[in-house]
Structure formats: structure tokens, C-alpha cells
Ligand binder design. Sequence first.
Ligand code: GDP
Length: 280
Amino acid sequence: RQIQEKLKLIDVVFELIDARIPLASRNPMIDEIVGAKPRLVLLNKADLADPVRTGDWVRHFRALGHEALAIDAASGTGVKEIPAKAKELLREKIQRQIAKGMKPRPIRALIAGIPNVGKSTLINRLAGRNAAVTGDRPGVTKGQQWIRTGADLELLDTPGILWPKFEDPKAGFLLAATGAIKEEILHVDEVACFVLQMLAEGYPDVLKERYGLAELPEKPEDMQAAAQLLEVIGRKRGCLAGGGHVDYEKAAGVVLRDLRSGKLGRLTLETPEESAVSAE
Ligand code: GDP
């Protein structure tokens, strides 16, 4: 509801999602919330995601009728293209203003996304050193501040916070794995086993190389096989509890830290094909 209030003030929504988990990091009701307002889907943290799969996802969103861009708000890669993309999306509106003899005013945008997806980082990156909060405007809700960025673009200073896709358990694991939700909500060793299963399926060579494994379980989808794999990794990494037993929580910490910091390489844990399945 808060976002819908803000929609009245803006021309375009920048929907920020996590390029590693484009499905799980999307709000399930985003289409209804945003309605007909033009939308630019921004796949953030692309520096941590598999570039081939990011390309697939960008094409997927474009096929759905949304303009999409892969960005890395932390380092700034791709961020410069955002104002031009927004202008492109609003080309007809801008042309109408020009035809009426009006000087096009800066495009106004709202950044929306789930917690930890990088909203504040992107606002700071877009605003840059030239950031100037322009303050209240006539006809605009009192107290609403606009951040003027260099390129004919103004941002609402408070991003729209969306809730992630909790309802299916897989999405919950993906969100915990990437650090979007606190892993304590789930058992950390279960989250790590889930990650190992995903890696064994999608990136077996990465997994073998990182942990020096000669081979992977034949059926990694079996929870017991994944737990055994976590045990092997824990032993290799010296994550031991008393009596020579592996400390699973410590081992899980190693795997999750490796994933989040990019030490396992650039990985994407969802494909557009799954999106077609989950929409059915
Ligand atoms: P918010 O809750 O959506 O405002 O998210 P933040 O902007 O606070 O970002 C959450 C975390 O993600 C921070 O540690 C950021 O440094 C990190 N982050 C944001 N964008 C990127 C990115 O593009 N790449 C990487 N690697 N990290 C990012």
C-alpha cells in the first residue's frame, strides 16, 4: 500500500532483484502492486552471478515486456545505463511534453526491492557526489524528498520495501543462502546442504575444485548424501568438534561464506525455465 501511494509521484519503478536468485528475490505480487507504471527490472549483484545465466534472465524479462539491465551497484557497473534506459521507457511521454512546448522535467523514479538487495547502495551510487536532496515540491506529498542525480533523473529518497517470495520452501532456502534473510530462521546446516545440492546439480566442477573432491555423490538430491558431503568438506577444512566429529554448523559457515563472498565463483541458482514451471 505504501508503494502504491508513492506510485502517484513517480514516472517509473526500478525493481531491484538479486541476479543470483531472480525468482526468489522478486515479490510475488509485484505485477499487481506496480500495475501499468513503466518498470525497469534491475538484476543487481551481477558481479556475483553467472554471466551466461544473467543474459538469459535479461532476455526473459524483456520477453515479459519489462526492460531489464544487469548491474552491480556496489562497484557501479551498468549503473550509468539506468538513466538512458528510463528515458527510453518514457520516450512517448517525453515526446508528448515536447510536442506541447513543455520542457521535459527530470524523470522521477522509485527504487523498490526486498531487504538487502542493494537499494541503499544503488541510491548512493546513482546520486554520486553530486547528490542534492531537492526537498519538498509544490503538489508533492509533504515530507517527500527527491534526490537529484546528474542525468535528468530524480529518485525518491526512501526506497519501496517489498517482501520476498516466502511461500515455497525452496525460495526460503535460496534467500537464506544468499543472505537476504537471516539463516537462523532455518537451520544453517540445512541451508548449506541445500546449497551443496544446488551446486552438485548446476556447478559440479566448481564444487569439486573448491573443496578438492574427487567425485560427488551420485544422488546429491538425497539429503543424506548432501549431509555426507558437508561432513567431508568440514573435515577437509578442519571444522571439528570434540571426539574427531565434524562440527556441521562450522562447516556450513564455510560453505555459505564461500558462496556469499564469490569464492565459489559467479553462480546463479535459478533459471528462467523454473520460472515457467512455478508460474503454472
Ligand atoms: P538494501 O537493504 O536493499 O538497502 O541493501 P543495501 O544497499 O544495504 O545492500 C545490502 C548488502 O549488499 C550490502 O552489504 C552491500 O554492500 C551489498 N551489495 C549491494 N549491491 C551489491 C552489488 O551489486 N554487488 C555486491 N557484491 N554486493 C552488493
